[in-house]
Each structure stands twice: as structure tokens, then as C-alpha cells.
Design a protein. Structure first.
Length: 303
């Protein structure tokens, strides 16, 4: 009887004071940020229950205000133009893959609450020599103040996970790191062959650093394969695109907990040669959800 009482005393906090929440990281450059128009979203992608998002303030390298933000229920407006000061989130008229990803992943994990941590910035590269005016994800790159895009990402994660009751239900959250979604590579495909040839090593290092930041060495990673609109006078927007695509394929071939979304090659583009149209972002979110779900299930089957 004494042991039975002890068992129930240990069980009570689990039953009443913790809430399991699956956390997914969304990161990269502009096609992760999202250029879809909210007006194009179907009604079933406009409102969500039990899906939350923390989007870190996106700033250039060396800016001190990167990564601030606040948790909110997911709704349209976390695409390009989103702003936050850490107290108020100002939604834009654009969306990214988070909307259809949320719908699909909730269908696949109907009993779990979902939390998205998003940090993305237009034009950014991993290689410091391709950063230009946009920013760099190389953790070893030291700009003014020693801050780069990876630092902004880390601040975003730290600020997001400092909240112990994301859904405000009065229960302490049980965080379950569940996956990294990465859509980037165009920046590194814009320069020369040497930069593009380094993409595989840079991508591998960065994904493992992100896994370490989430304290999960085998955390599933899904990347989106870059594509080219051909809307350039040369007929090719990313002059080293094939080399970066090869590096992306090599990464997922070498990493058993990684997958790639290839449907990007079929997407239409919006008003510019760089960003997908609304339908593309909707499809991309669904595909990311399917791939990360497959990786999670496969990893759970391993001994």
C-alpha cells in the first residue's frame, strides 16, 4: 500500500501539471519566410486550434534586436513583412509554409499540441562570402558585435523555450523536439563554384548545430530543394543552382534522419523570379509535414 501511494504521488504531477507539445523549427531564407498572399488561403488554412508560433524578429547581422518575439496562436500573416518587438506581433498580408504544414501535421498527430519556432531572413547564405547585405548563417562568422543569423536563430529558440506554458493552460509544457524544416540555398547558389561546392559541408555542420541547440542529436531534418524560375535574361536565376541541389541531395543521402522536398521544381512563381506563388507554399507545407512525419515514425521504429 505504501508503494502504491508513492506511485500515485509521483504520477499526479504528470497527469495535472504537464502538457506535451511537439516543437518544430522553421528556418532559412525568403522562401521559408513566405511570399504567399493571405487572400489566397482556403478557409481551412486560416484558423487553428492547438497550434502556436513564435517567430523571432528578423534582423541583419550585427543588429542587437534579433530573435525577440512572443508566442501566439497560428494565423495568417507570418510571411514576409511580419514584425515583432517582443510584446506585440504585427502580422503581414503574406504567409509561408507554416499554414499548410500546421494543418497536415495536426492531422498526422491529432492528439498533440503543435508549436512552431520560426526564424528566417531574405537573401541569407550559409557561406560568409555569399552573405552580401543580407546575412550569414555560419556560426563562426563574426560581424560587428559578433552577431550573425545563427546567433539570431539561437536567441529565437532561447526566447521561445523560456516560456514554460506556451498554450496558457496552466500546465507546465513537456517540450518534444520533433523536427527541423530548412528552406535555403539560393543565396549560396548566387555566386561562384567554390562557394556552391562548400554548401554540403556548411549544410551538414549547420543542421547538426541546430540539432544540438534542441538537445537532440538525431532530430529529423527536412530540407526543401531549391528550384529555378528561369526568369532571367540568361534563362537561369541561380547560376550555381545545380551544385547546391547536388549538395542537398547528398546531405539527405548521407543522413538517415534527413529528407528532402522535391516538388518545388513544379511550383509557379509570383511577381518576381525568386519566390513561389501562394499555391507553391501551400503544397510545400504539406510535403514538409509528410516527410517529417515519416522520419519521426521511422526513428521510433529503430531499436
Amino acid at each position: 500500500m505504501k508503494n502504491l501511494k508513492i506511485f500515485f504521488l509521483l504520477l499526479i504531477p504528470t497527469l495535472f501539471y504537464t502538457q506535451k507539445i511537439r516543437v518544430f523549427i522553421l528556418a532559412g531564407q525568403s522562401n521559408m519566410n513566405g511570399f504567399g498572399f493571405n487572400k489566397d488561403l482556403p478557409n481551412d488554412l486560416k484558423t487553428f486550434k492547438d497550434v502556436y508560433i513564435f517567430q523571432g524578429n528578423s534582423v541583419p547581422d550585427s543588429d542587437l534586436n534579433g530573435g525577440t518575439g512572443k508566442w501566439d496562436i497560428l494565423k495568417p500573416g507570418n510571411g514576409t513583412g511580419f514584425k515583432t518587438d517582443g510584446t506585440v506581433n504585427t502580422l503581414s498580408d503574406r504567409f509561408g509554409l507554416e499554414m499548410s504544414f500546421a494543418k497536415k501535421i495536426k492531422e498526422l498527430f491529432p492528439n498533440d499540441k503543435i508549436a512552431l519556432i520560426k526564424y528566417a531572413r531574405e537573401g541569407t547564405s550559409i557561406d560568409s562570402l555569399a552573405a552580401g547585405p543580407f546575412g550569414c548563417w555560419d556560426a563562426d562568422f563574426n560581424e560587428k558585435n559578433g552577431l550573425n543569423q545563427y546567433d539570431n536563430f539561437l536567441k529565437t529558440v532561447k526566447n521561445a523555450l523560456s516560456e514554460t506554458d506556451i498554450d496558457k493552460d496552466g500546465k507546465k509544457d513537456q517540450i518534444v523536439p520533433s523536427g527541423i524544416l530548412w528552406m535555403q540555398g539560393e543565396g549560396d547558389a548566387s555566386y561562384d563554384e567554390a562557394i556552391a561546392n562548400r554548401y554540403y559541408d556548411h549544410l551538414k555542420t549547420l543542421m547538426n548545430q541546430m540539432r544540438a541547440a534542441m538537445l537532440t542529436d538525431d532530430l529529423p531534418v527536412v530540407i526543401g530543394k531549391i528550384s529555378d524560375s528561369g526568369k532571367d535574361k540568361s534563362g537561369k536565376v541561380w547560376k550555381m543552382g545545380e551544385l547546391v541541389q547536388y549538395a542537398q541531395e547528398k546531405f539527405v543521402r548521407d543522413d538517415r534522419n534527413a529528407a528532402i522536398v522535391r516538388s518545388t521544381k513544379n511550383y509557379g512563381y509570383g511577381d518576381d523570379p525568386w519566390h513561389y506563388n501562394s499555391a507553391g507554399y501551400i503544397d510545400m507545407g504539406q510535403k514538409f509535414a509528410e516527410e517529417v512525419f515519416r522520419l519521426i515514425i521511422n526513428s521510433e521504429k529503430r531499436p
